[in-house]
Ligand binder design. Structure first.
Ligand SMILES: [Zn+2]
Length: 222
């Protein structure tokens, strides 16, 4: 009789976690340390934009490999004018990217994004929350990235009202920086390399109602 490895046992299935972000690199910048520190999850990492980006797309696939994650990119418009995208298109896209799985944990952007300001980050957050609220997406917990940049006064840092904050240990921090600089190829003096937070912060929700409530004060600020 062949023993079943623990992760294939129906009594102890490997837990699934997903990261839903606007762009390749957001997963590393805002929660790369957490992904690296938690290989026990079966990770799925998806992006709304840049499927057709000949530079960024192959780099994203390399990063997925390093994370031991599966993933996918969609090709939603990401033009410099940041024209709002139709809500239905955003929700359909996220729902498709989730690949029909239910998850133990999903991580996504905060309601205003992590810095001033990228509309796709905020749109991504709302689409994820609405899919969870309407029962079209299943997860036990949702975490939103909890960073702010004081209206561009400083590089993004963890908000004072974050529910969870993790200062990354040296080895995880070094690997996160390596992914940004070596795999994504950002120069040491780039905004991305300078930003790469050593402390990661999240808002944590165990019900869609709690997430919807958290979004309410931000609705006028988009
Ligand atoms: Zn982004």
């Amino acid at each position: 009789m062949t023993p079943i490895p623990p992760e294939q046992s129906s009594l102890n299935p490997r837990r699934r976690a997903a990261v839903v972000v606007a762009h390749p690199d957001d997963e590393t910048l805002w929660c790369g340390g957490y992904i690296l520190a938690h290989p026990e999850f079966l990770w799925r990492i998806v992006t709304l934009c840049r499927a057709g980006d000949a530079d960024r797309a192959p780099k994203f696939r390399q990063v997925l490999q390093r994370f031991g994650a599966e993933g996918e990119m969609a090709g939603l418009d990401d033009g410099p004018d940041q024209a709002p995208l139709p809500v239905e298109l955003l929700e359909e896209t996220v729902a498709r990217l989730m690949a029909g799985h239910s998850y133990d944990l999903i991580l996504t952007h905060g309601p205003l994004g992590e810095y001033t300001q990228h509309r796709r980050h905020a749109e991504c957050c709302r689409a994820v929350v609405e899919l969870w609220r309407s029962g079209c997406m299943f997860t036990d917990r949702l975490w939103m990235f909890a960073y702010q940049d004081g209206g561009r006064q400083y590089l993004p840092r963890v908000r004072s009202d974050a529910d969870r904050r993790d200062v990354l240990p040296d080895d995880i921090w070094a690997e996160k920086r390596r992914l940004i600089m070596e795999l994504y190829g950002f120069r040491p003096d780039s905004w991305e390399a300078q930003t790469t937070p050593r402390e990661e912060g999240f808002w944590s929700f165990d019900s869609p109602q709690a997430a919807v409530k958290r979004l309410a004060p931000f609705e006028q600020q988009l």
